[in-house]
Design a protein around this ligand. Structure first.
Ligand code: GLP
Length: 261
């Protein structure tokens, strides 16, 4: 795992944007895995800004897979993750909506929604580059503490912590759905490259547990330690709980120019 403590969330966004663009330039039909939530927003804004400035790669052949989706919202609800990702990034990058896939929350087809999503991922050849955030309780996608490290896409029940965290996107906590469909930790581990971004003091404890704690279902994001190519980009506050932060900075400062993330 490569841990990169940077000064600000803007720096995190710039380094992450370089990595995404590099991947899409190298392979225009890249399969991108995109996360929702506030953590990747500065990255998405930076990608859109660069495209507006006219020096971004072409995104027309990129395919996108979402990590997760709420269950129980009316189709097209503005807080559905599909609507959110269109609005926050894919529309502005010129990625056609037919190329953006997410778990299907149709109430009549829920029983096999997980299997169908796993099949769609396999058919697409798997995710090449997966953007991730981390929940304040260490969740990854919507894999709450206790999730199997080998889990695949399935229905989960949100914790009260996560519903309270996400209430800011809804009118109140009561309006946050209780159930979700989420890629499992085993699904996420199949992506070729994982890039986790985190900013702010509220993430420091979860980041420290994920990066330097034991691999444990109690901190789902600790599963990154099992992945052969995981990058963790942090601002100053999110890195505050790391014991080896100075070493990570030294490693990054001495990184050869030819070696990307
Ligand atoms: C959400 C999402 C995750 C996200 C996490 C952190 O509920 N399902 O994919 O990484 O929680 O969200 P935020 O970045 O807004 O703090």
């Amino acid at each position: 795992m490569e841990v990169v403590p940077l000064a600000t969330a803007d720096e995190v966004a710039a380094v992450a944007a370089d990595a995404v663009e590099g991947r899409v330039r190298a392979r225009p039909d890249t399969v991108l895995g995109l996360a929702t939530g506030s953590s990747p927003l500065p990255l998405y804004r930076e990608l859109v800004r660069r495209r507006g400035a006219g020096h971004a790669p072409a995104y027309g052949a990129v395919t996108v897979f979402l990590l997760d989706e709420y269950v129980g919202l009316p189709a097209g609800h503005p807080q559905s993750y599909r609507a959110t990702i269109h609005r926050d990034v894919t529309d502005d990058l010129g990625i056609d909506r037919t190329r953006v896939h997410g778990p299907d929350p149709d109430p009549d087809r829920l029983s096999d929604a997980g299997r169908r999503y796993e099949d769609a991922l396999l058919t697409a050849g798997g995710v090449d580059f997966q953007v991730l955030g981390i929940g304040s309780d260490g969740h990854l996608a919507f894999n709450e503490p206790g999730s199997s490290l080998a889990s695949l896409t399935r229905i989960k029940t949100l914790t009260e912590v996560t519903r309270a965290d996400n209430a800011r996107f809804f009118g109140s906590r009561d309006e946050v759905p209780r159930h979700v469909l989420t890629q499992g930790l085993g699904t996420i581990l199949r992506a070729s490259h994982l890039l986790l971004v985190a900013a702010g003091a509220g993430k420091a404890e979860a980041v420290a547990a994920a990066v330097e704690g034991p691999v444990s279902a109690s901190c789902p994001a600790s599963v990154l330690q099992l992945h052969p190519h995981a990058s963790v980009l942090l601002d100053d506050e999110a890195a505050a709980g790391l014991r080896r932060a100075d070493h990570y900075r030294e490693v990054y400062a001495g990184k050869p120019a030819w070696q990307g993330l």
